[in-house]
Design a protein around this ligand. Structure first.
Ligand SMILES: [Cu+2]
Length: 203
């Protein structure tokens, strides 16, 4: 059943329910008249049970679905992590070449010139995390790499003529008994952050 058929089916079900309610109300007018006080008393009793039923239903629905809300994942961002500065500039990413497996990394992403994107693709080529690299501003992106292999960072924001080639490869190494420090490549003189050895064809 495709989406249009599902929609049509839902329409027919809702229309049938609405029709049933109308017919029931219309039919009830043919019943013998009842004393107002008695009807009111019954109505209030139904209302009380209805309120209790809905309250219990909503409480049950709340506790059954709350674990699926992303609040816990958001709180995870506050956990301790290895801070890694990332600088994007036309048209390279300045960041380490290697990352450890199963360790929380907190990317501190900024830009030296214009807005860039910072999108991390796993070895299968799927986008697993992304944020913006903005000048004079730091965006924080917490990522834990659970899969060893070659990852690629791509710019996801059009930033100039070299945008299409603006990318950076890095590897995530398998679990080691002692967590190895992340190797930094070629720190440059004035940078306080690790410098990339990626060549910039536009410099
Ligand atoms: Cu770009």
């Amino acid at each position: 059943m495709d989406a249009a058929e599902k929609l049509l089916l839902m329409f027919f079900i809702l229309a049938a329910v609405a029709m049933f309610v109308f017919v029931t109300v219309a039919w009830s007018t043919r019943l013998p008249e009842q004393e107002q006080a008695e009807v009111q008393h019954r109505g209030y009793a139904i209302r009380g049970r209805w309120f209790l039923g809905i309250t219990l239903f909503l409480l049950a629905a709340f506790f059954a679905t709350i674990p699926f809300f992303p609040y816990l994942a958001a709180a995870e961002a506050l956990l301790p992590a290895e801070k890694v500065p990332v600088i994007a500039q036309q048209f390279v990413f300045i960041m380490p070449d290697h990352f450890p497996l199963n360790r929380r990394i907190l990317f501190e992403v900024t830009s030296r010139d214009v807005n860039h994107g910072f999108g991390i693709y796993n070895p299968e080529g799927q986008l697993i995390a992304q944020t913006q690299a903005m000048p004079d501003y730091v965006n924080y992106l917490a990522v834990t790499f659970h899969q060893p292999g070659h990852y690629t960072v791509r710019c996801l924001e059009y930033c100039g003529v070299g945008h299409a080639i603006m990318q950076k490869d890095f590897t995530v190494e398998g679990a080691s008994p002692t967590p190895a420090p992340m190797p930094m490549s070629q720190p440059s003189g004035t940078n306080t952050v690790p410098s990339s050895n990626a060549s910039n064809p536009f410099e």
